[in-house]
Design a protein around this ligand. Structure first.
Ligand code: DQA
Length: 149
C-alpha cells in the first residue's frame, strides 16, 4: 500500500441508491459502488475512504478535515448540493486538493435547475451520465495522476 489517499464523498440521498428513481440513478447500491471502488484502489495500492452524508454541515466538516490528514485527490458527487452549496464549494477551494465531480445521471438532460453546478468550474473534470461507471473512471484517473506526481 502506498501512502497516497483518495476520498470519495457522496451527498444527500445517495444512501438510497438502488431503490431511488432507478431510471435516473440505476440499480447499483451505494454499498456496491463503494465496494467496487475500494477493490479498485486496493489493486492500485492506494488508500481509499468513502463517506456519505445527508447533511451539508457534515460534508463541509469532512472536506475541511482533509487539510489535517493527507488526502491527494477527492472524488465527489455533491448530489442536490451541486446546485445549491456555496459552503461546500468554498470548503473545496480552501483545502486546495484536486477533485473530480461525478454524477450518475446526465444532469444536462434533465430539469433546468440541474444544469448549474457550484463545483464544475473549480473541478479538474466532470463526469455526468455514465452511471456507477463514472466513479470507476474518475478513480482510474485520480490513481494515474497521484501515482505520477
Ligand atoms: C446527481 C444529480 C443531482 O441533480 C441530484 O440532485 C442527485 C444526484 C447524480 O448523481 O446524478 O441527487 O448528483
Amino acid at each position: 500500500m502506498s501512502n497516497k489517499s483518495i476520498l470519495v464523498l457522496h451527498g444527500p440521498n445517495l444512501n438510497l441508491l438502488g431503490v431511488r428513481e432507478p431510471e435516473h440513478y440505476g440499480k447499483t447500491t451505494l454499498e456496491d459502488i463503494n465496494q467496487a471502488l475500494t477493490k479498485q484502489a486496493q489493486q492500485a495500492g492506494v488508500n481509499l475512504e468513502c463517506f456519505q452524508s445527508n447533511s451539508e454541515a457534515e460534508l463541509v466538516t469532512k472536506i475541511q478535515s482533509i487539510a489535517a490528514k493527507k488526502v491527494d485527490y477527492v472524488i465527489i458527487n455533491p448530489a442536490a448540493y451541486t446546485h445549491t452549496s456555496v459552503a461546500m464549494r468554498d470548503a473545496l477551494s480552501a483545502i486546495k486538493v484536486p477533485f473530480i465531480e461525478v454524477h450518475l445521471s446526465n444532469v444536462y438532460a434533465r430539469e433546468a435547475f440541474r444544469k448549474h453546478s457550484y463545483f464544475s468550474d473549480i473541478a479538474i473534470g466532470v463526469i455526468s451520465g455514465l452511471g456507477a461507471k463514472g466513479y470507476e473512471l474518475a478513480l482510474d484517473y485520480a490513481i494515474e495522476k497521484i501515482n505520477h506526481s
